[in-house]
Design a binder for this molecule. Structure first.
Ligand code: TXA
Ligand code: MG
Length: 315
């Protein structure tokens, strides 16, 4: 399988690869036509930059112009793992990968198959999540297959263990502060051991759109503990513009804790979308009662970030 994957990558074909977060659609950073194919397959606009995946810290300087001590320390601590680090890019790196920005997002994925592929290839791979633009990310090979109608080769590495996309960080100009531009499994508390951390909607991160990760049916996120009443049903109908609400409830048991919920989130959204006759998804995300001892875990806020962006209505 790996040999077939290598052959395809080398001959300029994007392929789907497993990572610990979500599946990626990977292509050789040195073949512009292969990078263009990623955008075509995903129907992704060119303003949304791709993440470059490396096999180890040693490969960072192949794509980044600088690797300051704070960034290096974070890479040493969290790689391989779900942390994407934005650094100044090398001039020669294809601007299509970075959407014309002068920075590049880099991460080393924690998945044996992805690592083996990267090591054997001997150079980094550009890989966004393997889904159509704006849609739910794939966490199994089957999700990728459905998304692209069997059109891309898939390295099947089983279900992703983390289940939501990596934390993306950038830095202040003096490299004293870390900015979280996309929350994920590497949390603010984990990063705070190394520098001051702030959340920031990065104006230089055009991919941070308010609507993203969208399932096939409109999603309603319930955040209040009050039960869904007749009047809120009416409210939902009006807001979604449907005559009668036929809801499909997303089966996500919050009492299982945030790690399991993150892992199951996208599968649960996909499963709920399949219910016959349903015209909306509803997810119960009331942490107050259900989440018990895990309530304070910051991973909940990363899950909430994805739900908010996937949603059509938050109540
Ligand atoms: O976990 C992940 O990060 C997965 C797996 C496959 O590694 N990848 C992923 O890629 O989620 P994608 O393309 O779906 O999301 C990458 C996001 C972009 O939308 C953008 O917001 C941000 O990362 N990004 C990438 N490069 C950037 C840059 N130079 N400056 C700011 N944001 C950047
Ligand atoms: Mg994506």
């Amino acid at each position: 399988m790996i040999n077939e994957a290598l052959k395809l990558i080398r001959s300029g074909h994007p392929i789907a690869i497993p990572t610990e977060t979500v599946y990626g659609l990977a292509a050789d950073i040195e073949q512009p036509a292969a990078i263009e194919k990623i955008f075509a397959i995903k129907e992704r606009p060119y303003f949304d930059p791709l993440i470059v995946h490396v096999s180890s810290i040693n490969e960072v300087t192949k794509v980044a112009a600088e690797f300051p001590p704070l960034a290096k320390k974070l890479a040493e601590n969290f790689w391989p793992g779900p942390l994407t680090i934005i650094l100044p890019k090398q001039a020669k790196l294809n601007p299509l990968i970075t959407s014309g920005l002068n920075t590049v997002g880099i991460r080393c994925p924690n998945h044996p198959i992805a690592l083996e592929l990267l090591q054997k290839l001997g150079r980094p791979l550009a890989a966004p999540s393997a889904n159509k633009f704006g849609k739910t990310s794939p966490t199994t090979a089957e999700h990728v297959r459905t998304e692209f109608n069997n059109e891309v080769f898939i390295l099947d590495g089983g279900p992703c263990s983390i289940g939501i996309e990596s934390t993306v960080i950038s830095f202040s100009d003096d490299y004293k502060k870390i900015y979280i531009v996309r929350p994920g499994a590497i949390t603010q508390t984990m990063l705070r051991q190394f520098a001051v951390v702030e959340f920031r909607k990065d104006s230089a991160a055009p991919g941070q759109l308010d609507h993203h990760y969208m399932p096939n049916l409109p999603l309603v996120v319930l955040k209040s503990d009050s039960l869904l009443t007749e009047s809120s049903y009416e409210h939902i109908q009006t807001r979604l513009g449907v005559n009668k609400l036929y809801p499909s409830w997303v089966d996500l048991s919050l009492s299982n804790g945030p790690a399991l919920c993150a892992r199951q989130l996208y599968q649960a959204l996909r499963d709920a979308s399949k219910k016959n006759g349903a015209n909306a998804l509803i997810i119960n995300f009331c942490l107050q009662k259900s989440a018990g001892p895990y309530k304070a875990d910051e991973l909940w806020s990363s899950i909430e970030d994805r739900l908010d962006k996937a949603s059509s209505l938050i109540l």
